[in-house]
Design a protein around this ligand. Structure first.
Ligand SMILES: [Zn+2]
Length: 410
Protein backbone atom coordinates (compact mmCIF):
# COMPACT_ATOMS: atom_id res chain seq x y z
CA UNK A 1 0.00 0.00 0.00
CA UNK A 2 1.55 3.29 -1.11
CA UNK A 3 1.44 6.68 0.50
CA UNK A 4 -2.03 8.10 0.82
CA UNK A 5 -3.20 11.38 2.34
CA UNK A 6 -6.76 12.13 3.43
CA UNK A 7 -7.95 15.64 4.13
CA UNK A 8 -10.96 16.45 6.27
CA UNK A 9 -12.72 19.41 7.84
CA UNK A 10 -11.69 18.01 11.21
CA UNK A 11 -9.07 15.49 12.31
CA UNK A 12 -9.75 14.29 15.87
CA UNK A 13 -6.76 12.31 17.10
CA UNK A 14 -8.22 11.74 20.63
CA UNK A 15 -4.74 11.85 22.18
CA UNK A 16 -4.38 15.49 21.10
CA UNK A 17 -6.53 18.48 20.28
CA UNK A 18 -8.78 18.41 17.19
CA UNK A 19 -7.19 19.91 14.06
CA UNK A 20 -9.36 21.99 11.74
CA UNK A 21 -8.66 21.54 8.05
CA UNK A 22 -6.11 18.82 8.70
CA UNK A 23 -4.84 15.72 6.99
CA UNK A 24 -3.80 12.18 7.82
CA UNK A 25 -1.09 10.41 5.82
CA UNK A 26 -0.88 6.65 5.84
CA UNK A 27 1.37 4.03 4.35
CA UNK A 28 1.50 0.25 4.67
CA UNK A 29 -1.73 0.24 6.68
CA UNK A 30 -0.34 2.53 9.38
CA UNK A 31 -0.53 6.22 10.16
CA UNK A 32 2.53 8.10 8.92
CA UNK A 33 1.69 11.64 9.98
CA UNK A 34 -1.08 13.90 11.20
CA UNK A 35 -0.85 17.47 10.11
CA UNK A 36 -2.15 20.61 8.54
CA UNK A 37 -0.28 20.46 5.25
CA UNK A 38 -2.03 19.33 2.07
CA UNK A 39 -0.20 17.47 -0.70
CA UNK A 40 -1.17 17.56 -4.35
CA UNK A 41 -2.42 13.94 -4.38
CA UNK A 42 -4.49 14.39 -1.25
CA UNK A 43 -8.01 12.94 -1.25
CA UNK A 44 -10.28 15.62 0.17
CA UNK A 45 -13.15 13.94 2.05
CA UNK A 46 -14.94 17.27 2.54
CA UNK A 47 -17.17 18.19 5.47
CA UNK A 48 -16.26 15.20 7.58
CA UNK A 49 -14.33 14.37 10.72
CA UNK A 50 -11.74 11.60 10.72
CA UNK A 51 -11.74 9.91 14.13
CA UNK A 52 -10.11 6.69 15.35
CA UNK A 53 -12.18 3.61 14.54
CA UNK A 54 -14.57 2.82 17.37
CA UNK A 55 -13.78 0.02 19.79
CA UNK A 56 -16.75 -2.05 20.92
CA UNK A 57 -15.39 -3.36 24.20
CA UNK A 58 -18.19 -5.87 24.77
CA UNK A 59 -20.55 -7.82 22.59
CA UNK A 60 -21.68 -11.39 21.88
CA UNK A 61 -21.65 -11.67 18.07
CA UNK A 62 -23.34 -15.09 18.25
CA UNK A 63 -26.69 -13.32 18.77
CA UNK A 64 -26.34 -10.99 15.77
CA UNK A 65 -28.91 -12.88 13.70
CA UNK A 66 -31.66 -11.87 16.11
CA UNK A 67 -34.06 -9.47 14.40
CA UNK A 68 -34.98 -7.78 17.69
CA UNK A 69 -33.89 -7.91 21.34
CA UNK A 70 -35.23 -10.79 23.47
CA UNK A 71 -37.76 -8.95 25.64
CA UNK A 72 -35.40 -6.96 27.84
CA UNK A 73 -38.53 -5.71 29.62
CA UNK A 74 -38.61 -9.03 31.46
CA UNK A 75 -36.97 -9.39 34.88
CA UNK A 76 -33.29 -10.12 34.25
CA UNK A 77 -33.48 -13.86 34.94
CA UNK A 78 -36.53 -14.07 32.65
CA UNK A 79 -34.39 -12.60 29.89
CA UNK A 80 -31.58 -15.08 30.69
CA UNK A 81 -34.07 -17.94 30.25
CA UNK A 82 -34.92 -16.60 26.77
CA UNK A 83 -31.21 -16.36 25.90
CA UNK A 84 -30.61 -19.98 26.96
CA UNK A 85 -33.67 -21.10 25.01
CA UNK A 86 -32.49 -19.21 21.91
CA UNK A 87 -29.05 -20.86 22.11
CA UNK A 88 -30.65 -24.32 22.34
CA UNK A 89 -32.97 -23.67 19.40
CA UNK A 90 -30.32 -22.13 17.13
CA UNK A 91 -27.15 -24.20 17.52
CA UNK A 92 -26.10 -23.82 13.88
CA UNK A 93 -26.41 -20.11 13.19
CA UNK A 94 -23.14 -19.08 14.85
CA UNK A 95 -21.12 -18.39 11.69
CA UNK A 96 -23.93 -16.55 9.93
CA UNK A 97 -24.57 -14.51 13.07
CA UNK A 98 -20.92 -13.58 13.58
CA UNK A 99 -20.60 -12.51 9.94
CA UNK A 100 -23.78 -10.42 10.19
CA UNK A 101 -22.49 -8.83 13.38
CA UNK A 102 -19.11 -7.99 11.86
CA UNK A 103 -20.78 -6.29 8.88
CA UNK A 104 -23.12 -4.31 11.08
CA UNK A 105 -20.23 -3.26 13.31
CA UNK A 106 -18.19 -1.94 10.39
CA UNK A 107 -21.16 0.07 9.13
CA UNK A 108 -21.22 1.83 12.51
CA UNK A 109 -17.51 2.74 12.35
CA UNK A 110 -16.20 -0.07 14.58
CA UNK A 111 -12.72 -1.41 13.85
CA UNK A 112 -12.02 -3.49 16.97
CA UNK A 113 -14.38 -5.71 18.98
CA UNK A 114 -14.18 -7.55 22.28
CA UNK A 115 -16.38 -10.58 21.56
CA UNK A 116 -17.54 -13.21 24.03
CA UNK A 117 -17.61 -16.59 22.30
CA UNK A 118 -19.34 -19.65 23.73
CA UNK A 119 -18.59 -23.19 22.68
CA UNK A 120 -19.22 -24.29 19.12
CA UNK A 121 -17.36 -21.47 17.36
CA UNK A 122 -14.35 -21.83 15.08
CA UNK A 123 -11.78 -19.21 13.94
CA UNK A 124 -13.26 -19.49 10.42
CA UNK A 125 -16.50 -17.99 11.75
CA UNK A 126 -14.66 -14.66 12.00
CA UNK A 127 -13.18 -14.89 8.52
CA UNK A 128 -14.84 -14.28 5.18
CA UNK A 129 -15.13 -10.57 5.66
CA UNK A 130 -11.65 -10.88 7.15
CA UNK A 131 -9.70 -8.47 4.97
CA UNK A 132 -12.32 -5.78 5.44
CA UNK A 133 -13.77 -6.65 8.81
CA UNK A 134 -12.96 -5.40 12.28
CA UNK A 135 -10.32 -7.16 14.32
CA UNK A 136 -11.65 -9.16 17.22
CA UNK A 137 -10.37 -10.06 20.66
CA UNK A 138 -12.11 -13.38 21.27
CA UNK A 139 -12.90 -14.07 24.91
CA UNK A 140 -13.68 -17.76 25.41
CA UNK A 141 -16.71 -17.85 27.68
CA UNK A 142 -16.58 -20.26 30.62
CA UNK A 143 -19.91 -21.29 32.09
CA UNK A 144 -20.56 -23.90 34.77
CA UNK A 145 -21.20 -24.10 38.49
CA UNK A 146 -21.00 -27.80 39.27
CA UNK A 147 -17.78 -29.41 40.61
CA UNK A 148 -17.77 -31.77 37.60
CA UNK A 149 -17.44 -28.78 35.25
CA UNK A 150 -14.27 -27.42 36.87
CA UNK A 151 -11.79 -29.67 35.12
CA UNK A 152 -13.24 -29.46 31.57
CA UNK A 153 -13.60 -25.68 31.82
CA UNK A 154 -10.01 -25.24 33.00
CA UNK A 155 -8.90 -27.47 30.11
CA UNK A 156 -10.95 -25.41 27.64
CA UNK A 157 -9.38 -22.22 28.99
CA UNK A 158 -5.86 -23.57 28.51
CA UNK A 159 -6.57 -24.87 25.00
CA UNK A 160 -8.04 -21.53 23.95
CA UNK A 161 -5.04 -19.55 25.19
CA UNK A 162 -2.66 -22.09 23.63
CA UNK A 163 -3.94 -21.55 20.08
CA UNK A 164 -2.33 -18.70 18.17
CA UNK A 165 -4.43 -15.73 17.14
CA UNK A 166 -4.75 -15.52 13.37
CA UNK A 167 -6.64 -13.58 10.70
CA UNK A 168 -9.10 -11.13 12.21
CA UNK A 169 -8.59 -12.64 15.66
CA UNK A 170 -6.12 -10.24 17.25
CA UNK A 171 -5.98 -11.88 20.68
CA UNK A 172 -7.42 -14.88 22.52
CA UNK A 173 -8.54 -14.21 26.08
CA UNK A 174 -10.82 -15.70 28.72
CA UNK A 175 -14.21 -14.76 30.12
CA UNK A 176 -15.42 -16.56 33.23
CA UNK A 177 -19.02 -15.53 32.61
CA UNK A 178 -20.31 -14.14 35.93
CA UNK A 179 -20.22 -14.90 39.66
CA UNK A 180 -23.66 -16.55 39.41
CA UNK A 181 -22.70 -18.83 36.53
CA UNK A 182 -19.11 -19.97 37.04
CA UNK A 183 -17.51 -21.98 39.82
CA UNK A 184 -15.09 -19.90 41.95
CA UNK A 185 -12.31 -22.42 41.27
CA UNK A 186 -12.70 -21.81 37.53
CA UNK A 187 -12.51 -18.07 38.15
CA UNK A 188 -9.35 -18.52 40.23
CA UNK A 189 -7.78 -20.70 37.56
CA UNK A 190 -8.50 -18.23 34.76
CA UNK A 191 -6.99 -15.45 36.85
CA UNK A 192 -3.88 -17.57 37.42
CA UNK A 193 -3.64 -18.20 33.64
CA UNK A 194 -4.02 -14.50 32.84
CA UNK A 195 -2.16 -12.72 35.63
CA UNK A 196 1.48 -13.61 34.80
CA UNK A 197 1.21 -12.37 31.20
CA UNK A 198 1.42 -8.64 30.61
CA UNK A 199 -0.41 -8.85 27.27
CA UNK A 200 -3.42 -10.72 28.60
CA UNK A 201 -6.78 -9.48 29.77
CA UNK A 202 -9.91 -11.13 31.16
CA UNK A 203 -13.58 -10.16 30.93
CA UNK A 204 -16.25 -10.92 33.50
CA UNK A 205 -19.88 -9.82 33.80
CA UNK A 206 -20.19 -8.33 37.26
CA UNK A 207 -22.80 -6.45 39.28
CA UNK A 208 -25.36 -6.41 36.51
CA UNK A 209 -28.44 -6.48 38.77
CA UNK A 210 -29.39 -6.08 42.42
CA UNK A 211 -30.51 -9.72 42.48
CA UNK A 212 -26.95 -10.82 41.63
CA UNK A 213 -25.70 -9.10 44.78
CA UNK A 214 -28.50 -10.69 46.81
CA UNK A 215 -27.49 -14.14 45.56
CA UNK A 216 -23.80 -13.64 46.35
CA UNK A 217 -24.31 -12.13 49.77
CA UNK A 218 -27.30 -14.13 51.06
CA UNK A 219 -27.72 -17.09 48.71
CA UNK A 220 -31.37 -16.21 48.08
CA UNK A 221 -33.72 -14.31 45.77
CA UNK A 222 -34.69 -14.38 42.11
CA UNK A 223 -31.33 -15.81 41.03
CA UNK A 224 -31.57 -18.77 43.41
CA UNK A 225 -34.97 -19.67 41.91
CA UNK A 226 -33.50 -19.35 38.44
CA UNK A 227 -30.52 -21.60 39.21
CA UNK A 228 -32.78 -24.15 40.89
CA UNK A 229 -35.11 -24.20 37.87
CA UNK A 230 -32.11 -24.72 35.61
CA UNK A 231 -31.01 -27.64 37.80
CA UNK A 232 -27.60 -26.09 38.55
CA UNK A 233 -28.09 -24.72 42.07
CA UNK A 234 -25.01 -25.19 44.27
CA UNK A 235 -25.85 -24.17 47.85
CA UNK A 236 -22.21 -24.13 48.97
CA UNK A 237 -21.24 -21.47 46.43
CA UNK A 238 -23.51 -18.62 47.51
CA UNK A 239 -23.99 -16.55 50.62
CA UNK A 240 -21.10 -14.72 52.26
CA UNK A 241 -19.47 -13.64 49.00
CA UNK A 242 -19.02 -10.03 47.92
CA UNK A 243 -18.13 -7.90 44.93
CA UNK A 244 -15.33 -6.48 47.05
CA UNK A 245 -13.63 -9.89 47.27
CA UNK A 246 -14.03 -10.50 43.55
CA UNK A 247 -12.58 -7.08 42.74
CA UNK A 248 -9.56 -7.85 44.94
CA UNK A 249 -8.96 -11.08 42.99
CA UNK A 250 -9.34 -9.32 39.64
CA UNK A 251 -6.98 -6.60 40.84
CA UNK A 252 -4.11 -9.07 40.41
CA UNK A 253 -4.63 -9.09 36.66
CA UNK A 254 -2.46 -7.04 34.32
CA UNK A 255 -5.72 -5.90 32.73
CA UNK A 256 -9.38 -6.78 33.04
CA UNK A 257 -12.87 -5.86 31.89
CA UNK A 258 -15.65 -5.53 34.44
CA UNK A 259 -18.65 -5.88 32.16
CA UNK A 260 -21.63 -3.74 33.24
CA UNK A 261 -20.91 -2.85 36.89
CA UNK A 262 -24.46 -1.42 36.95
CA UNK A 263 -24.97 -2.15 40.64
CA UNK A 264 -21.59 -1.19 42.09
CA UNK A 265 -21.89 1.01 45.18
CA UNK A 266 -19.70 3.90 46.32
CA UNK A 267 -17.28 1.85 48.42
CA UNK A 268 -16.81 -0.66 45.58
CA UNK A 269 -16.40 2.13 43.04
CA UNK A 270 -13.72 3.77 45.19
CA UNK A 271 -11.83 0.49 45.39
CA UNK A 272 -12.29 -0.15 41.66
CA UNK A 273 -10.90 3.31 40.87
CA UNK A 274 -7.70 2.23 42.62
CA UNK A 275 -7.32 -0.44 39.91
CA UNK A 276 -7.11 1.71 36.75
CA UNK A 277 -6.04 -1.42 34.84
CA UNK A 278 -9.57 -2.75 35.40
CA UNK A 279 -11.93 -1.17 32.87
CA UNK A 280 -15.65 -1.06 33.55
CA UNK A 281 -17.56 -1.57 30.32
CA UNK A 282 -20.79 0.41 30.25
CA UNK A 283 -23.36 -0.78 27.69
CA UNK A 284 -25.71 2.23 27.61
CA UNK A 285 -28.64 1.09 25.50
CA UNK A 286 -28.71 -2.38 27.05
CA UNK A 287 -28.58 -0.80 30.51
CA UNK A 288 -31.50 1.45 29.57
CA UNK A 289 -33.53 -1.39 28.02
CA UNK A 290 -33.54 -3.29 31.32
CA UNK A 291 -34.59 -0.16 33.22
CA UNK A 292 -31.74 -0.50 35.71
CA UNK A 293 -31.09 2.36 38.18
CA UNK A 294 -28.64 5.03 36.84
CA UNK A 295 -25.23 3.63 35.89
CA UNK A 296 -22.30 4.88 38.02
CA UNK A 297 -19.96 5.55 35.06
CA UNK A 298 -19.64 9.27 35.72
CA UNK A 299 -18.90 8.64 39.41
CA UNK A 300 -16.26 6.10 38.46
CA UNK A 301 -14.65 8.53 35.99
CA UNK A 302 -14.67 11.29 38.60
CA UNK A 303 -12.87 8.95 41.00
CA UNK A 304 -10.17 8.29 38.39
CA UNK A 305 -11.50 4.90 37.28
CA UNK A 306 -11.50 3.59 33.72
CA UNK A 307 -14.64 3.24 31.61
CA UNK A 308 -15.12 1.91 28.07
CA UNK A 309 -18.28 1.44 26.00
CA UNK A 310 -19.87 -1.69 24.58
CA UNK A 311 -23.04 -2.45 22.67
CA UNK A 312 -23.60 -5.82 24.34
CA UNK A 313 -25.46 -8.16 21.99
CA UNK A 314 -28.52 -8.03 19.80
CA UNK A 315 -30.26 -10.06 22.51
CA UNK A 316 -30.59 -6.78 24.44
CA UNK A 317 -29.83 -4.03 21.90
CA UNK A 318 -31.46 -3.26 18.54
CA UNK A 319 -28.10 -3.01 16.70
CA UNK A 320 -24.32 -3.21 17.15
CA UNK A 321 -23.50 0.34 16.03
CA UNK A 322 -21.02 2.05 18.34
CA UNK A 323 -21.96 5.31 16.64
CA UNK A 324 -25.59 4.82 17.75
CA UNK A 325 -24.37 3.91 21.24
CA UNK A 326 -22.32 7.11 21.53
CA UNK A 327 -25.09 9.27 20.08
CA UNK A 328 -27.44 7.77 22.66
CA UNK A 329 -25.00 8.75 25.43
CA UNK A 330 -24.60 12.26 24.01
CA UNK A 331 -28.35 12.74 24.03
CA UNK A 332 -28.85 11.33 27.53
CA UNK A 333 -25.87 13.14 29.08
CA UNK A 334 -25.73 16.57 27.42
CA UNK A 335 -23.21 17.89 29.98
CA UNK A 336 -20.52 15.37 29.02
CA UNK A 337 -18.19 16.77 26.29
CA UNK A 338 -18.32 14.74 23.11
CA UNK A 339 -14.55 14.51 23.13
CA UNK A 340 -14.84 12.55 26.40
CA UNK A 341 -17.41 10.20 24.85
CA UNK A 342 -15.19 9.68 21.82
CA UNK A 343 -12.26 8.80 24.06
CA UNK A 344 -14.35 6.19 25.93
CA UNK A 345 -15.46 4.72 22.59
CA UNK A 346 -11.94 4.47 21.14
CA UNK A 347 -8.90 4.90 23.36
CA UNK A 348 -10.42 3.35 26.50
CA UNK A 349 -11.69 0.30 24.62
CA UNK A 350 -8.32 -0.25 22.94
CA UNK A 351 -6.69 0.03 26.36
CA UNK A 352 -9.09 -2.47 27.92
CA UNK A 353 -8.47 -4.97 25.13
CA UNK A 354 -4.69 -4.61 25.46
CA UNK A 355 -4.19 -3.02 22.04
CA UNK A 356 -3.68 0.66 22.86
CA UNK A 357 -0.16 0.67 21.46
CA UNK A 358 -1.66 -0.43 18.15
CA UNK A 359 -4.92 1.49 17.81
CA UNK A 360 -7.43 3.69 19.67
CA UNK A 361 -6.07 7.09 18.60
CA UNK A 362 -4.75 8.80 15.46
CA UNK A 363 -1.10 8.54 16.34
CA UNK A 364 1.79 8.06 13.89
CA UNK A 365 2.82 4.40 13.92
CA UNK A 366 -0.61 3.09 14.91
CA UNK A 367 -2.87 1.22 12.50
CA UNK A 368 -4.85 3.28 10.02
CA UNK A 369 -8.21 2.40 11.61
CA UNK A 370 -10.63 5.29 11.07
CA UNK A 371 -14.30 6.16 11.21
CA UNK A 372 -15.41 8.96 8.88
CA UNK A 373 -18.17 11.15 10.29
CA UNK A 374 -20.21 13.33 7.96
CA UNK A 375 -20.83 16.66 9.71
CA UNK A 376 -24.21 17.50 8.31
CA UNK A 377 -26.05 18.49 11.48
CA UNK A 378 -26.94 22.18 11.07
CA UNK A 379 -26.00 22.81 14.73
CA UNK A 380 -22.47 21.47 14.29
CA UNK A 381 -19.83 24.01 15.37
CA UNK A 382 -17.16 22.35 17.50
CA UNK A 383 -16.22 18.65 17.53
CA UNK A 384 -15.58 18.77 21.28
CA UNK A 385 -19.28 19.38 21.86
CA UNK A 386 -21.13 18.61 18.63
CA UNK A 387 -19.51 15.51 17.10
CA UNK A 388 -22.42 13.26 18.07
CA UNK A 389 -25.10 15.79 17.06
CA UNK A 390 -28.22 13.96 15.83
CA UNK A 391 -27.78 14.85 12.14
CA UNK A 392 -24.19 13.62 11.87
CA UNK A 393 -23.53 10.06 10.72
CA UNK A 394 -20.86 7.50 9.89
CA UNK A 395 -20.17 7.36 6.15
CA UNK A 396 -16.86 5.50 6.04
CA UNK A 397 -14.73 2.98 7.89
CA UNK A 398 -11.07 2.27 7.22
CA UNK A 399 -9.40 -0.80 8.70
CA UNK A 400 -5.64 -1.23 8.48
CA UNK A 401 -5.42 1.29 5.62
CA UNK A 402 -8.20 -0.26 3.51
CA UNK A 403 -11.72 1.04 3.13
CA UNK A 404 -14.25 -1.38 4.62
CA UNK A 405 -16.89 1.26 3.89
CA UNK A 406 -15.60 3.68 1.25
CA UNK A 407 -16.97 7.21 1.68
CA UNK A 408 -15.77 8.28 -1.77
CA UNK A 409 -17.95 5.81 -3.71
CA UNK A 410 -21.30 6.61 -2.15
ZN1 LIG B 1 -22.51 -9.55 27.90
Amino acid sequence: MGLQTLRAKWIIPVDGRPIEGGSVSLQGGRILAIGEGVRADTVDLGEVAIVPGFVNAHTHLEFSALPAPLSPGLPFTGWLRRVIQYRREHPTVVREAIQTGLKESVAGGTTLIGDIATSGWTPQDYEGAASKGPRVVVFQELLGLSPERIEPLCALAETHLGDDPAGPIARRMLSPHAPYSVHPQVLDHTISLTAPHRGRTLAMHLAETASERELLETGSGEFRDFLQDMGVWQPDLFGGRSYGDILESLGDLPRGLIVHGNDLRDKELMRLAQFPHLTTVYCPRTHAAFGHPPHPWLTLLSLGGTVAIGTDSRASNPDLSMWNELQFLAERFPDVPHHTLLKLGTWAGATALGLRSDCGSLTPGKRADFAIIELRDPAFRDPNFDLFAPGNRVIGTMIGGEWAVDPTTR
